[in-house]
Design a protein around this ligand. Structure first.
Ligand SMILES: [Zn+2]
Ligand SMILES: [Zn+2]
Length: 348
């Protein structure tokens, strides 16, 4: 089968690799219909995650059709359309028992190498993918939810939702979303689902802010205004109840600490590429709650229902689709923010 693989020198290519097969009776093999490129894939391409060697298949976001089932799989049959979470869990450890599967002792991201994939799961930007613990982790895709939206539910929307959920947004809370990439845009949608009264959307790219505004948020353009001043002025000097930090930047986190209301919550889901120094003392004196972590993937099935019943429309986030063979061009577009791209898909 063909696959997008890591190559030496921080490059990627498309190569022949052995077909994926069943390894355990609880596995299924899924034929990939659509895979997406994620910021984490670019992080891996640049060598940001240790232990991932050239030849590893990239990607962790995909949907497809069940191709083979292990002898113990009960919930799925060949031909079912399914969405897999980007990382899988064991179902039996203490974290899984508490439904905080993101903290599972065996949490394994597809293509995550020895550090991020103790289960040894390969990447998904390919034709066939082995899914472990299939009955536990897979979500059936409702008939009229297109692949292009289903693939956005599993990581982008589930992460944005997790940010809002962990922040415990209450009805009528004011929210600022720092960073309006696909996760931040999904965090805006999730804020409305939690009952927010208004959402400030902070970014520097006009196209992202345009979409944030379409999603009902108040755009704040970093290139033209100081977001702290704007948010403080708009909230009568109090600040917002909640900041959802999805930029993964030092300035984003520092601004969050300056625009948050006393006793407010800053919820971080952005992936920081470097250590950040920030004013802990101010957060302590002002009683700020700071929460962070990877998205909790148990939300995926219910989030799929929001899309199924038209409560959330993710279609505007998917801007480009390439054949898998053109992955090098797709990565170049995504990595360099060309052509106002947001989410870029690969079709095997
Ligand atoms: Zn991802
Ligand atoms: Zn577990």
């Amino acid at each position: 089968m063909r696959a997008v693989v890591l190559q030496p020198g921080h490059r990627i290519g498309v190569a022949d690799v052995p077909d994926a097969g069943l390894a355990q009776p609880t596995d299924v093999v899924v034929r990939v219909s659509l895979a997406a490129i994620c910021g984490s894939d670019v992080h891996i391409k640049r060598g940001g995650i240790p232990g991932i060697e050239p030849g590893e298949i990239l990607g962790h976001e995909f949907v497809g059709v069940v191709h083979k089932t292990g002898a113990e799989v009960r919930r799925f049959r060949v031909g079912d359309r399914v969405a897999s979470p980007p990382a899988l869990w064991c179902g039996v450890c203490p974290a899984c028992q508490l439904s905080t599967v993101q903290n599972c002792v065996e949490m394994s991201m597809y293509g995550g190498g020895p550090f991020l994939s103790p289960m040894g799961l390969s990447g998904v930007q390919t034709e066939l993918v082995r899914v472990a613990n299939a009955d536990l982790v897979l979500t059936r895709i409702p008939a009229h939810v297109p692949d292009e939206q289903a693939v956005l539910v599993i990581d982008m929307f589930s992460t944005g939702y997790h940010a809002a959920n962990e922040a415990k947004i209450k009805v009528a809370d004011s929210v600022a979303v720092s960073g309006c990439g696909p996760v931040g845009l999904c965090a805006i949608l999730a804020s409305w689902q939690h009952g927010a009264s208004r959402v400030f959307a902070i970014d520097q790219f006009a196209n992202r802010l345009g979409l944030a505004e379409r999603y009902g948020a108040i755009p704040v353009n970093l290139s033209h205004e100081d977001p702290v001043e704007t948010v403080m002025e708009a909230t009568g000097g109090e600040g917002v109840d909640v900041v959802l930090e999805a930029s993964g930047s030092t300035s984003g986190l520092l601004n969050a600490t300056r625009m948050i209301k006393k006793y407010g919550t800053v919820s971080c889901v952005g992936l920081f590429g470097q250590p950040v120094e920030f004013p802990v003392h101010q957060l302590i004196y002002r009683g700020i709650r700071l929460t962070m972590g990877l998205g909790n993937l148990v939300h995926v099935p219910k989030l799929m229902k929001l899309v199924e019943h038209g409560r959330v429309d993710l279609s505007a986030l998917g801007t480009h689709t390439f054949p898998l063979e053109d992955a090098v061009a797709a990565y170049d577009l995504f990595e360099n923010h060309k052509d106002e791209c947001l989410k870029v898909f690969l079709r095997p």
